[in-house]
Design a protein around this ligand. Structure first.
Ligand SMILES: [Zn+2]
Ligand SMILES: [Zn+2]
Length: 129
């Protein structure tokens, strides 16, 4: 299932497997930034999002995307940074709160058979403010 797409970052046409929105070279940059964030957080546990963004010169929007992709998470349960796409409750990672996620899980299992959230192992934590 490969389709031609424009890379979200540089606009170059590339063959997508439908999962990544970036061309291979931008994806590498993206991984690189992600590793820098991880490294920074392991040296500065509990750092704030804006602090990380400034220190590494990585936009807050990008960090938010990593959060949405469940690659990072926010320490506080109640934060004013990330919200459930469905009910608007504040969440720590991903797109939905646990309740909405559970109510959708049935559907998700049909669309992505065998997919489970295995995020815990790679997650690094932030403070939101
Ligand atoms: Zn690109
Ligand atoms: Zn929700």
């Amino acid at each position: 299932m490969q389709e031609l797409r424009n890379c979200e970052r540089c606009g170059k046409l590339y063959r997508s497997n439908g999962f990544y929105k970036l061309c291979p070279s931008c994806w590498e940059f993206d991984e690189f930034d992600f590793r820098r964030i991880k490294e920074y957080l392991s040296n500065h546990p509990g750092a704030k999002i804006f602090e990380v963004s400034t220190a590494l010169d990585i936009s807050v929007g990008k960090i938010k995307r990593y959060l949405r992709e469940s690659r990072l998470e926010i320490i506080e349960k109640e934060n004013r940074f990330l919200f459930c796409d469905k009910c608007g409750k504040s969440i720590r990672t991903g797109k939905y709160c646990d309740e909405c996620y559970r109510s959708m899980q049935k559907t998700l299992t049909v669309i992505y058979p065998g997919s489970r959230r295995t995020r815990r192992s790679t997650v690094v934590s932030f403070k939101s403010v």
